[in-house]
Write a protein that binds this ligand. Structure first.
Ligand code: TXA
Ligand code: MG
Length: 345
């Protein structure tokens, strides 16, 4: 299959809508990451998403809508979700709703809830409006690869597999949406993202829990609240180790490790803050943004993880951010990419 990459205009938006109506897949931008979409009511089309990504069938998908009137066909609406939709939609927040039987099992992996989000990206909005279908879409990467934040990332993973990618530029948030569950007792963040714990608590007026698996690996045999948490994610081919501690100690440990690797013939590098690039110039520094901006680090992280693969890096040493606010989302993805391997200095 030939994969077309098109800039968004009325013609390409209409083409995307027609492809969805015909049960085909389209790669499209959202403000978080690129999605790989299909008509959520067409089970065969949704199954082909799993095939294209090599995704395990027990990991449910997020349904994307442009208008709240679409909810009635999909789910019941808990009052707490109304508050959250009023505050954060359209935007990087996915909510779980009790599903209706109209939603195919393949979308929800048989769960009693369906995850739904209304993206704020103007291209996603136009596309969802043009087809007026609920669109089931995971991130548009091959399973186990970092989520795509540019159309070129989608092309790399999906070339020859899907007919169309809409190129809407670089994603603004750069990490996947916050996933929140109010259906099973205390409101809980299943996956941290651009809408933070503090933002949710200020709207709900109650404490919001964070799933335990956010900053640590699941225990042997433990069942995650969100199936996606069970899989090794965002993993580059090389091994990442997180280096934490006092600033000067971190920098000298990184220099020591890279030097030792180089002597043994390993291709190694560091991921560091802009402020440390100069001090680490002999260590192949990959600048992931300023230490004063977790948002910038979030926006760059997946692109850098993909670069590490392109450069066939074997060993990567990374600085860390403080796991609060957007920093929690960064550390959730970075921690998993590193399989939580950490050296404290
Ligand atoms: O920003 C995003 O959320 C992107 C864009 C494309 O919208 N999508 C995305 O989808 O990241 P995906 O499939 O890569 O991640 C969806 C996550 C998975 O961890 C999945 O297990 C969880 O949401 N999920 C989906 N439905 C669920 C449900 N009913 N209950 C619990 N977790 C659910
Ligand atoms: Mg994903």
């Amino acid at each position: 299959m030939k994969t077309q990459v098109m800039l968004p205009d009325p013609q390409s938006i209409t083409l995307a809508a027609d492809l969805f109506k015909n049960g085909q897949l389209v790669g499209f931008p959202t403000e978080t990451v690129y999605g790989l979409g299909a008509n959520a009511f067409n089970s065969d089309a949704v199954r082909s998403i799993f095939a294209a990504k090599g995704r395990p069938a027990d990991n449910p998908l997020i349904v994307h809508i442009w208008n709240r009137s679409q909810l009635g066909d999909l789910c019941e609406i808990p009052p707490l979700n109304v508050k959250l939709m009023d505050a954060f939609w359209p935007g990087p927040l996915t909510l779980l709703f009790p599903r209706k039987q109209t939603v195919p099992d393949v979308v929800t992996a048989g769960l009693s809830t369906v995850a739904i989000r209304m993206p704020s990206h103007p291209v996603a909005y136009e596309m969802l409006k043009a087809c007026n279908l609920p669109i089931a879409a995971p991130s548009a990467n091959l399973s186990g690869k970092p989520s795509p934040t540019r159309a070129s990332h989608v092309f790399k993973d999906m070339n020859g597999i899907i007919p169309l990618i809409l190129d809407g530029g670089n994603c603004d948030v750069g990490l996947e949406s916050t996933v929140v569950d109010v259906c099973h007792g205390q409101p809980t963040i299943l996956r941290p993202g651009g809408v933070t714990q503090e933002m949710l608590e200020s709207v709900l007026g109650c404490q919001v829990a964070i799933a335990k698996s956010t900053l640590e690996p699941l225990a042997e045999g433990e069942k995650p609240l969100s199936p996606g948490m069970a899989y090794k994610h965002y993993a580059p081919t090389g091994s990442i180790v997180l280096i934490t501690g006092e600033e000067q100690n971190v920098l000298s440990e990184m220099r020591r490790l890279v030097q030792a690797d180089t002597e043994y013939g390993f291709k190694s590098c560091v991921m560091c803050f802009t402020e440390h690039v100069e001090a680490l110039r002999d260590c192949h520094p990959h600048d992931f943004g300023s230490c004063h901006s977790d948002k910038e680090v979030a926006k760059r992280l997946f692109d850098i993880l993909r670069q590490l693969d392109d450069e066939a890096m074997e060993r990567i040493y990374s600085e860390v951010v403080f796991p609060e606010g957007m920093g929690l989302a960064v550390m959730n993805r970075l921690g998993r990419a590193a399989a939580f391997r950490t050296i404290k200095v």
